[in-house]
Design a protein around this ligand. Structure first.
Ligand code: EPU
Length: 363
């Protein structure tokens, strides 16, 4: 399928099926796809007279996107590999991985090397490079808790730059990479504080600070249940890793078998008053009080209580075991997924007055 362009080092593929490159397995094509294995590949691309100035879309593991149709911007498929211990400080192992590495394989590798700390985030689908974009998290640990820094390349200038955690502006399933530039700002991507980096940065490598004085992160209901079942009070990192894998396999569909993009909506945050209002009407609403006085609600519970589990629009459905996960029952289009998502948003809004915010990026 590939055709060479002006630059002999760069393979430009045309009309590439993306079904295997997105975990929802939505059928769509990239008009143009270029594989990126190093910063030099980005620089070659930018120097290309045709592609250099074209709109671009960075594709990682495709685990957090909904393809609404064929993708017109040039798809940059990130395939930067490598994983290594970069440095040992008094308190941390600093471990680095290429953005194209599979996230779960990397987590497994860190544990095998004796660098625990990522075990609660085992089995999250996707790549290392996509993990900071939405600040992945599970069972009480978020990427930002273990993050050291990352290298990225500015897709406008080709310049490589490094960001620390503060500069990535991590939030709940959020970061600087999910926000566009504001009209009043300009400058290079290195001036990230003034800029959102959506569509502007391609993450090359991510570094993690894994604590030498490792301590299990517990306190999450599903994990506590496993501990009680096994009569274990001080689990090892390897035990936690095994439990997290078991819990996820029991609750969440394996994208290799049933296409999905993990949680489809974020858990919404409401004020204490709004929550009291909902509790008065629905005493069973699952909620968690946050330190700042606000309350996080379980979106899965809200959707479930509106009766969505197992329902479908065309071939797009709501997973039977976890209402927060939308699935592809076989051949679903992006349109069907979005129609289902909108219907869910409407019913939750009508019943609870809360507008659920989708987690994946719609392309
Ligand atoms: N619940 C229901 N019905 C459902 C689904 C959930 O009643 O259909 C209830 C559960 O019983 C539980 C509560 O809602 O009391 C929360 O459910 P769960 O523990 O499964 O976690 P979640 O809030 O739905 C979040 C993350 C997951 C992460 C888990 C574990 C978000 C949007 N999702 O899900 O992340 O794995 O916690 O930490 O924050 C992802 O982001 O793709 C993802 C899978």
């Amino acid at each position: 399928m590939g055709a060479q362009c002006d630059n002999p080092a760069m393979l430009v593929e045309k009309n590439v099926p993306l079904q295997a490159f997105n975990t929802f397995h939505i059928v769509a094509k990239a008009h143009t796809l270029v594989r990126i294995s190093s910063e030099a590949d980005v620089q070659d691309l930018l120097a290309d007279p045709g592609l250099g100035s074209a709109d671009k879309f960075v594709l990682g593991g495709g685990s957090n996107i909904v393809l609404a149709g064929d993708v017109k911007p040039v798809v940059l498929k990130v395939e930067v590999t490598g994983r290594r211990l970069v440095q040992e400080t008094a308190k941390h192992f600093i471990v680095e991985a290429g953005a194209g590495e599979n996230w779960h394989d990397f987590v497994t590798w860190t544990l095998a090397q004796g660098y625990p700390g990522l075990e609660n985030m085992a089995l999250i689908p996707g790549t290392v490079g996509a993990a900071p974009v939405q600040n992945v998290g599970a069972y009480g640990v978020e990427l930002q808790d273990r993050f050291e820094s990352l290298d990225a390349v500015d897709l406008h200038t080709g310049q490589v730059f490094t960001l620390n955690a503060a500069q990535c502006a991590f939030g709940y399933r959020d970061s600087v990479f999910k926000h566009g530039a504001t009209a009043s700002t300009g400058g290079a991507a290195g001036d990230h504080q003034a800029l959102g980096l959506k569509g502007r940065a391609l993450i090359l490598r991510v570094r993690f600070a894994l604590p030498k004085a490792w301590k299990a992160v517990l306190g999450y209901a599903d994990i506590d249940k496993k501990m009680a079942e096994q009569g274990c009070t001080e689990p090892t990192a390897q035990q936690l890793y095994g439990w997290v894998c078991d819990i996820r396999r029991a609750k969440l569909p394996d994208p290799q078998v049933i296409g999905n993009a993990g949680s489809f909506f974020k858990n919404p945050t409401v004020t204490a008053d709004q929550c009291a209002d909902i509790i008065a009407r629905d005493p069973k609403v699952v909620h968690y009080r946050l330190a700042d006085g606000s309350v996080k609600l379980a979106a899965g519970w809200l959707i479930d209580s509106c009766g969505w589990k197992g329902k479908s629009v065309g071939q797009a459905g709501v997973y039977e075991k976890q209402a927060l996960v939308l699935v592809n029952r076989g051949g679903a289009t992006g349109g069907e997924v979005m129609t289902l998502a909108k219907a869910i948003q409407t019913s939750v809004y009508e019943r609870f007055g809360i507008l659920l915010e989708p987690e994946p990026v719609v392309v």
